[in-house]
Design a binder for this molecule. Structure first.
Ligand code: ATP
Ligand code: MG
Length: 639
C-alpha cells in the first residue's frame, strides 16, 4: 500500500475530546473518527489492526476446538423476557438499545448473546453425544453505556468476540473453561500484550467461577489487587483480604452495652468525629442507608453496618441484595444512598427529615419508615405491575417499611464500639451488639467491604495486596445452568434422563484490545505497534521523492518486500522527509526503511520504531535482515 493512496490524515495537535494517550493517538494518527458519542468509524489503518487481532483470535479459538458462527444482532424481546433479563437491560440503568418494529414487536440490539445462543441450543442440542460444543463469533455489539468514554475503550458500538460452550456436566464445562483460559493467554501474548488473569465478580449468579484478563496500564478503569508472591490477583470489585486489627475502644462497653450518649454537634462524618473526640475510625460502626430498586416496584431500604475505617464495596452489596430478593422481586435496577430527589421522583411516602442521617445506629427503628398505611385499594397486591407484555419497568414503586440489615464482619466482630445515637447530633460510645438489642440484629453478616492495597492476604497474612490499574480485555465465565434452565435448553444424558445443559461464556473486547495495545505501546512521538497486530509491519520512506535514484530503489525494495509476503507501506508522498518521519512515528509502524542519499551507493537505513535502533544496510541485504526480525515480532511477546 502507498501512503499517497491511504487517505491518511494526521493531526498535529491533541484533540480536545481525548483524555488518555491511546485515544489521542488513535485520533491523531488517523485510525478512528468519532461519529457519535461512543460510536466510531474504524478507518482503514485500524481495520487492518482489527483484522490482525481477529485472525489471532480465530486461530486460537479454532485451535481450542470452537466453531465460528454469526448470530443476529436484532434480538426479540421475548427471549430476554424468558431469561428474566429484559427489564434489567432496558429499564433504569439498563444498557440495551431497544426498539419496536412496524408490527409493534419489541426488539433489542444485542449487547451479548446468551439468550439467542441458548435458544438455539434448546433447538439443536438433544443428546449428550453432541456435547461438548463451543461456538464463537466476532461481531459488533451495542451497549448504551452510561458513560461512553476513552474512544474504543468504552464504546456504544464495539467489536467483541464472544463464545458460548455447552456441556453434559460441570466437569466438562471446567475442562473447556481451562482450555479457554489457556487460549486467552496465548491470544494476548501473541498480540504483544502484557495481561494478567484476575478473579472477577460473577454477578449475582453465585458460585460460578469467573476470570478477567487485564492489560496493565495506568489509564485502566479497573483496580487490580495482587500479592507479590503471584498467588493472588483479583479485581477490587471482587477482592477479599484480612482487614487490619481495630484499635480497642478504651474502657470497653458502657451502660451495659447500650453505650453512653455523647453530643456530637454537626459531626456527621468519621473525620469530624475523629477530629473532635480523638476516636479512631476503626472504633466506629458506620451505618449507611441505601435504597434498592427492584423491577417489580419494590423499594427496599437497606442499612449497612461497616467498621468506620472500611469502604463499602458496591458490587458486593448489589450481589448480596440481589441474592436475597432477586428471585422474588426481579432484577435489581439500582441501589443508591437514600435521598430526597429519589423520594420525590418515585413519589415515595416517606419523610426523610424523620431519619437522623449522619447519626444512624444499627438499631434504627423500622417505624421511622412509616406504617404500611395509605393504601386505599385493599385488594390490590402489594406490588402491582402496570406493564403490558414487553413493556419494561413500569411498575408502581412501593416502599418496604422495614430495613434490610446487612452487617460486614469488620463491624460484627467489634466487642465495643461507637455508633450513631439515632438522634440528630448524638453518638453512643461503648456500645455492644448485645447491648443494642434485637432491633439491630443483622438479617445477614457477610463480606461487604472493599479490599484495599496494603491489606494482608487471606492465603498468607505475610503477603500484602498491591494495587495496579488494568483494562479488561477479556472475561471468561462458568455460567452453570442459569440460562439453560430459563430457556429450557435440555438434553438427554447417558442414562437417558433429561436435564439442563451446562454453559460457559467467553468474551474478548476486540476493539478495546486494539486500543489497549496502544495504551501499553506508545511514546512521546506516537504509537509503537507490536509487529503481530501492526497495520503494516514495515514502512519504506523515500526521503526525497524528487530524487529519481531514491524513487527507483525504494520502488524496487517495496516490490521485493511485498513479494516476500511482508505487510509493507511505501511513503511515496512528495512531503519533506521530516514530515514523513514524524508521520511514520505517529502511526507506529514497527520498522522503517529509509531510502535517502545512500541510495546512490545502494545503502539504506533500517530503524526500529520502539527502540530507535538504527543500522545502515546494503539494499541487497534488506530481505535477509528484516525477515527474521519480523518473524520474531509476529509471534508476539516471547516472555
Ligand atoms: P465492563 O466491565 O468493562 O463494562 P463487561 O464486564 O460488561 O465490561 P463483558 O460483558 O464481559 O463486559 O464483555 C466482554 C468484553 O467486551 C469485555 O471484557 C471488554 O473487553 C469488552 N467490552 C465490554 N463493554 C465494552 C464497551 N462498552 N466498549 C468496548 N469494549 C467493551
Ligand atoms: Mg466483564
Amino acid at each position: 500500500m502507498r501512503v499517497s493512496r491511504l487517505m491518511l490524515v494526521t493531526l498535529r495537535d491533541d484533540p480536545a475530546e481525548a483524555e488518555i494517550p491511546s485515544h489521542r493517538l488513535l485520533l491523531r494518527a488517523g485510525y478512528i473518527r468519532r461519529v457519535a458519542s461512543g460510536v466510531y468509524a474504524y478507518l482503514p489503518l485500524l481495520w487492518r489492526v482489527l483484522q490482525k487481532v481477529s485472525r489471532i483470535v480465530r486461530e486460537e479459538m479454532d485451535g481450542a476446538g470452537a466453531l465460528e458462527t454469526l448470530l443476529p444482532q436484532l434480538q426479540p424481546a421475548e427471549l430476554w423476557q424468558r431469561s428474566g433479563r429484559w427489564s434489567g437491560y432496558t429499564a433504569g440503568e439498563g444498557i440495551m438499545f431497544h426498539l419496536s418494529d412496524r408490527q409493534g414487536r419489541e426488539l433489542g440490539l444485542g449487547p451479548t448473546h446468551e439468550e439467542v445462543i441458548t435458544a438455539l441450543a434448546a433447538d439443536l442440542l438433544r443428546s449428550y453425544r453432541q456435547l461438548p460444543v463451543n461456538l464463537y463469533q466476532i461481531q459488533s455489539k451495542f451497549r448504551d453505556e452510561i458513560r461512553p468514554r476513552f474512544g474504543l475503550m468504552r464504546g456504544r458500538e464495539f467489536i467483541m468476540k464472544d463464545a458460548y460452550s455447552f456441556h453434559a456436566d460441570e466437569a466438562s464445562l471446567k475442562e473447556t473453561y481451562a482450555a479457554m483460559d489457556q487460549a486467552y493467554r496465548r491470544i494476548f501474548s501473541r498480540c504483544g500484550l502484557r495481561a494478567v488473569a484476575v478473579d472477577a465478580d460473577s454477578g449475582a449468579i453465585g458460585g460460578s467461577a469467573s476470570q478477567e484478563f487485564m492489560v496493565t496500564a495506568e489509564a485502566g478503569e479497573d483496580l487490580i489487587l495482587t500479592s507479590a508472591d503471584g498467588r493472588y490477583a483479583a479485581n477490587q470489585e471482587r477482592a477479599v483480604s484480612l482487614p487490619n486489627e481495630p484499635i480497642a475502644l478504651p474502657g470497653g462497653a458502657r451502660c451495659g452495652g447500650a453505650g453512653e450518649v455523647v453530643a456530637t454537634p454537626g459531626q456527621s462524618s468519621i473525620e469530624d468525629l475523629a477530629a473532635a473526640h480523638g476516636f479512631a475510625p476503626s472504633q466506629l460502626v458506620k451505618v449507611l442507608l441505601l435504597l434498592a430498586r427492584f423491577e417489580d416496584g419494590l423499594r427496599q431500604p437497606v442499612l449497612v453496618s461497616l467498621r468506620g475505617d472500611q469502604t463499602l464495596n458496591d458490587v458486593k452489596l448489589a450481589n448480596a441484595v440481589t441474592a436475597r430478593l432477586g428471585a422474588e422481586h426481579g432484577a435489581l435496577l439500582g441501589i443508591d444512598p437514600l435521598n430526597a430527589e429519589q423520594i420525590r421522583q418515585e413519589r415515595l411516602d416517606l419523610d426523610l427529615s424523620t431519619l437522623p442521617l449522619g447519626f444512624l445506629g444499627p438499631d434504627l427503628d423500622d417505624r421511622l419508615l412509616g406504617a404500611e398505611s395509605r393504601r386505599t385499594d385493599a385488594t390490590s397486591p402489594d406490588l402491582r405491575r402496570s406493564a403490558g407484555p414487553g413493556q419494561a419497568g413500569v411498575a408502581t414503586a412501593t416502599l418496604k417499611r422495614s430495613f434490610l440489615r446487612l452487617v460486614d464482619p469488620t463491624a460484627a466482630d467489634l466487642d465495643a464500639f461507637i455508633c450513631g445515637g439515632n438522634g440528630v447530633d448524638q453518638h453512643r460510645v461503648g456500645v455492644t451488639w448485645a447491648g443494642l438489642g434485637p432491633t439491630a440484629a443483622a438479617d445477614q453478616v457477610l463480606d461487604l467491604r472493599s479490599a484495599q492495597p496494603g491489606d494482608r492476604c487471606l492465603h498468607d497474612p505475610g503477603q500484602r495486596l498491591e494495587a495496579s490499574r488494568g483494562i479488561e480485555v477479556g472475561h471468561i465465565f462458568q455460567l452453570g445452568r442459569k440460562y439453560s434452565q430459563a430457556l429450557e435448553a435440555r438434553f438427554t444424558n447417558e442414562s437417558g434422563v433429561d436435564e439442563a445443559l451446562w454453559m460457559g461464556c467467553y468474551g474478548i473486547g476486540v476493539s478495546r484490545l486494539a486500543q489497549a495495545a496502544v495504551e501499553q505501546h506508545h511514546d512521546g512521538n506516537g504509537i509503537c505497534w507490536p509487529v503481530s497486530i501492526a497495520p503494516f509491519e514495515l514502512i519504506v520512506v523515500i526521503a526525497n521523492a524528487q530524487d529519481s535514484e531514491q524513487v527507483t530503489l525504494a520502488e524496487q525494495l517495496y516490490s521485493m518486500l511485498q513479494a516476500a509476503g511482508i505487510d509493507v507501506l511505501l511513503d511515496d508522498r512528495s512531503e519533506r522527509a521530516g514530515v514523513k518521519f514524524k508521520d511514520a512515528d505517529l502511526i507506529g509502524i514497527p520498522w522503517r526503511l529509509v531510502v535517502g542519499r545512500g541510495a546512490a551507493t545502494g545503502e539504506v537505513e533500517l530503524v526500529e520504531r520502539a527502540s530507535r535502533d538504527t543500522r545502515v544496510l546494503a539494499a541487497s541485504d534488506v530481505l535477509t535482515t528484516v525477515q527474521p526480525l519480523l518473524a520474531a515480532g509476529r509471534l508476539g511477546l516471547t516472555n
